[in-house]
Ligand binder design. Structure first.
Ligand code: AMP
Length: 206
């Protein structure tokens, strides 16, 4: 099973992909997380990330190709944050067809923009397990992860300026790829405004 999570920043892709990963026992791969974790990312990449701009396709495609060739991806995987444009979507298809595989479903998480702003501008992320907390779903003890007890931090791109830009980039580059998957007959819309459990249920329904 190869699942893609589409949706604006803050639509809940990370949370839903982690839930699916637990239920289906396949890894979730977040290109954004991989970039944030790579300590030797060049300064230009870190700057682009902070500003909410996309990194060059050549870097991201290679990074993804290396990741999906690992053993834990044999039974499938979930992609969160990739593809981000049509070129990446086509590149993914080529990577998959070379190993006789294809995208099972592209889940498009949709929800109102006000919810996105509220979520992202109050979001804190666990430095260890990546669980996220925000105004509507706060942590029990300030800055401590409910799930694993590690520290919570605000992402360097979770500010108004960067979010405005990320939404612009999303609408221009990423939103149109839903049509690409619709034409392939694998697109499924998910209402992300009703919370992660409802989104999970919709995602897993046949
Ligand atoms: P995310 O964690 O998915 O919100 O991604 C955070 C940032 O990482 C994005 O705003 C981009 O700067 C970069 N990034 C993540 N995934 C990609 C991708 N597939 N293509 C280009 N840039 C990406």
């Amino acid at each position: 099973m190869i699942l893609i999570l589409l949706g604006a920043p803050g639509s809940g892709k990370g949370t839903v992909s982690r839930l699916i990963s637990e239920v289906r026992n396949i890894p979730c791969i977040s290109t954004g997380e991989m970039l944030r974790k790579t300590e030797d990312s060049p300064q230009e990449a870190i700057d682009l990330l902070k500003k909410g701009e996309l990194l060059p396709d050549s870097i991201i495609n290679q990074m993804l190709l290396n990741r999906i060739q690992k053993d834990d991806c044999q039974n499938g995987f979930i992609l969160d944050g990739y593809p981000r444009n049509l070129e990446q979507a086509k590149c993914l298809d080529e990577m998959l067809s070379s190993i006789n595989r294809s995208v099972t479903k592209a889940l498009n998480l949709e929800g109102p923009t006000e919810v996105i702003y509220r979520r992202i501008l109050s979001r804190k992320e666990c430095v260890s397990c990546r669980a996220t907390f925000s105004a509507d779903t706060p942590e029990k003890v300030e800055n401590v992860c409910d799930k694993c007890g590690a520290e919570l931090k605000i992402r360097s791109d979770d500010n108004k300026e960067s979010l405005d830009r990320r939404l612009e980039v999303f609408n221009k580059n990423t939103a149109p790829i839903a049509e690409y998957y619709k034409e392939k007959g694998v697109l499924k819309s998910i209402d992300s405004s009703k919370g992660p459990d409802t989104a999970l249920e919709q995602a897993l329904a046949e």
